[in-house]
Design a protein around this ligand. Structure first.
Ligand SMILES: O=C(O)CCC(=O)C(=O)O
Ligand SMILES: [Fe+2]
Length: 192
């Protein structure tokens, strides 16, 4: 795995690893994905390959990835002109209990790029001056909350419009419930 981009501020870690997903997993995910509609969720229990991928992510991040602590993979396809306007992946504290099924906020986003995009489609962080171009097989990791567990405003991000090509991504959101909050320090090899 090779680093393409790494940016540390006081509050956020954005990390891009190349070819993080073994090739066969990527192929299987794509096969499943191609039979699904846009904005589909992969049932993590139903697909043994997804179970394997979650175990891999557990080892990699030091966070628990079972279905009480993470959301199922969300698969999204953007065609030409498709974009995701600037937003946060966390919700305001007052909405956490009603909107998050774990009753806790999203500590980490893992975004897998399942396709290359010919032109456009970068994931951008305007407050951090970071643009991550989609590269098939790579993954972007970023924390969403500050040290106190509240939504972090520097994590504003967007999926830029696809100008040419088709963009496939799979999102994994990990909730803070029952996680070891020292995960960033305890497994430094993941983050360095
Ligand atoms: O498409 C992207 O690059 C970003 C997607 C995203 O931020 C999301 O699905 O929450
Ligand atoms: Fe997002």
């Amino acid at each position: 795995m090779e680093h393409l981009n790494r940016c540390f501020t006081a509050k956020i870690k954005v990390l891009l690893k190349k070819n993080i997903v073994e090739h066969n997993l990527l192929v299987c995910l794509k096969l499943i994905i191609e039979n699904w509609d846009r904005f589909s969720y992969l049932d993590d229990i139903e697909y043994p390959l997804v179970v394997r991928l979650n175990a891999f992510l557990e080892r990699l991040t030091g966070l628990r990835m079972n279905n009480k602590q993470t959301e199922n993979f969300q698969i999204v396809n953007y065609g030409i002109g498709g974009e995701y306007k600037p937003h946060y992946d966390w919700v305001e504290d007052r909405y956490v209990s009603s909107r998050m099924y774990t009753g806790t906020n999203r500590i980490l986003t893992i975004l897998f790029y399942l396709s290359d995009v010919e032109v456009g489609g970068s994931t951008v962080f305007p407050h951090l001056n970071i643009a991550v171009p989609p590269k098939k097989g790579s993954a972007l990791f970023f924390t969403n909350l500050d040290e106190k567990g509240h939504g972090d405003s520097v994590t504003l991000h967007a999926g830029c419009p696809v100008f040419f090509g088709s963009k496939w991504i799979a999102n994994k959101w990990v909730h803070i419930k029952d996680q070891d909050m020292n995960f960033l320090q305890t497994i430094p090899s993941v983050w360095t």
